[in-house]
Every structure is written in structure tokens, then in C-alpha cells.
Design a protein around this ligand. Sequence first.
Ligand code: SAH
Length: 385
Amino acid sequence: MIHQFTTARARKSNKKLKMAVKELILHMNGGVGETSYASNSLLQRTVISMVKPILEESIVELCGALLPKCVNIADLGCSAGPNALLVVSEILDSIEAASQKSNHKLPSFQVFLNDLPANDFNTIFRSLPGFCKKLEEEKGSKFEPCFIAGVPGSFYGRLFHNNSLHFVHSSYALMWLSEAPKALGSKPELLNKGNICVAKTSPPEVFKAYNEQFNRDFSMFLKSRAEEVVPGGRMVLTTMASFRSDDPLTIWEFVGLKLNDMVLEGLIEEEKLDSFNLSYYAPTKEEVKKAIEEEGSFELQRLETFAMDWDMYIRKANSSLDKQARAAVMATGIRAVGEPILSNHFGEEIMDDLFKRFKDDVVDHMETYNCKYINLVISLTKKHP
Ligand code: SAH
């Protein structure tokens, strides 16, 4: 009896430990150095600026319907870099404009920045005094206080008090699943040979396993937010998506090809690659729509996709960069996101080689296969009971 009790407890704490380990592995490169996410998040910044009109539209409608004395805002998957505060500025500016237009007194703000516990929150916290000072200078004394707090935890569970949030934002975070599908690798037909995510050469069973994991996670996300967002509250979520889930054109597929080359050259063991699956899934518009309708708490206001070449954000920022220079920016951008999780499995020592190979071939690959980032913007309103 005692033995049974201990085993059950041990199993439970083991499960907890696994969860903690998983949540500590997924994070972007911290700090503000050359390889940090903070210095290499131009792609994500470009996407945020492209989504701005939809964010503004959502906020105008929110303020038209309800404008509390203190607006509670959450950015989910904020990471550690200038984008987190860029989003906060955009949201505050939009609320200011909307409340002035409707002759309402400016509300005060409570902003929650959420990410997984391993995120480098310190880098964000260090930039807060400068951010608040700038806000005060720009907005003057009429501006009500803005309180900013960090919330470590997974957005695939509860993070906030019931009925407490008015506006939820998330950009480029929801394609990260809570975990890679557990079944992968356990049966021969589920072996995602030579790939690290759903790719053109993945068997249909692998696609199905990822698709089911996405459905479980996204429903849990919606269910948790349904408890936390007030009726009439809004969410604007941007995620990487696919036109076809079994052919997602993802840049991680290309990282997988480079890892495969290294296996063929004997630099990585084949088993090491075969046993690795990224907790990443880029859903289609239809899959997202179905999950929202099935969960039922939110009304879909907009669901829009926009595609952009893998290097579009670099050409937009600096049209004079040649192919080599663009490839270098793409390589550091993907490294800032993927290095912690890839080096945890394959070892830090192969990272320079991997990302050199990535840099050498990425533009040719993109041009040959017409590779694009496909972005999906989801604008939602919490239904009234
Ligand atoms: N929104 C930022 C960061 C995008 S990077 C921007 O646009 O620049 C994606 C972030 O999502 C990472 O920091 C990652 O740690 C976070 N993330 C992934 N899964 C998460 C989860 N389950 N809960 C909270 N944050 C998560």
C-alpha cells in the first residue's frame, strides 16, 4: 500500500519535473548581445507593424463597447526584446486615440507581459524605466499611470483571474505547441525520418499527430482565455500558419534539411535526428476557425492570412543588402529563436556549423521553392453569456 502510494506520488512529481524541464527549454536567446532575440527580431517586428491596422480596429471597437477606468491588457509570449514594448506602445496609443475620439477620460493601464518561466524577463524589466519615462515625456501629465508586470507561465493554462482582462494580444507565439506530439517515434509509421517538424516528406500519420496536438493546445488556450477575458473583451492573435498543413513551407523544414546533411556527413547520429521533433505547428485558417467555433466562447471578427517571402522583412528594412547579407540576417534571426532548443538536443558544438550551412543555402532554397512565411491574424470578441 505504502509502496503504491509512493510510486503514484513519484510518477506525479516526475511528470511535474518533465513539464518544468520542457518549459525551461523553450525560450529565445536572452540578453541583448549579437545572437540575442532582442537584437534579431526584425521579422517579428515587421509582422507586428503589418498587423497594426487590425489591432487598431479591434481597440476602437473595444473602446466603443466598454471603456473601464483601468484597462487590463496582456501580451502572451512577449519574449525579451523591443517588440514587447513596441506592442504595449501601439496598444496604449490606440486606446488614447479611441478614447479622445469618443470624448472619454483616458483610462489607466495595467499591462501583463507573459512568457514561459525561462524567458529572459530581466532584459524587459531593465528597459521599463526608460520606457515609462518616454511615455511620460510623450504623453505629458494628462496620461494616466501605466503599471507593467511580468507573468511567467504557459498560456496553455490559466494565467489570470476570472473576468479580468479587456484586451489580449499575442504575436508569433501560438505556433509553439505545449510539446511535440508524444506518440512520435514510438511506432515505425510515426517516425518523422530526417525531419524535425511536419515537412513535405513526413508520413501522413505524423501530420495527423501534430494536427491533434495543435487542436488540444489551441482549445486549451481558448478555454483558459474564455475564463479570463471579460464579456465584450477582445483578442488579436497572430501566428505563423500554412496554406496546407501537410506542406507548410516552414523554415524549420529547411533547418531539418541542413541537420540531415550533417547526418549524411557523419557529424550527427541518425538516431539523434530521428528522435527529435520540434514543438512547432503552423495551422491553416480552416483548422483555426474550426477550433474557435468548437470552443464557442469567442466570436470571430477577422481571420486573415498574408504571405511574405522569407527575406521580405530584410529587403523592406534595407533594400541595398545583397544576397549574402540577407542570408546572414536570416540565419541570425532563426538562430536567436532555435538555438536554445536545438543545442539542448544536438549539442552547442554543432550550432556554428549548422547555421553556417543554413546561411550558405537559404536564399537559393527560398528562390527555388518560392518559400514564404504565411501569417494568420485572428481577431476575436468574447461573447456575452
Ligand atoms: N511576441 C514576441 C515574441 C515572439 S517569440 C515578438 O513578436 O517578438 C515567441 C515567444 O513565445 C517566445 O518567447 C516563447 O518563449 C513564447 N512562448 C512559446 N510558448 C509559450 C507558452 N506556452 N506560454 C507562454 N509563452 C510561450
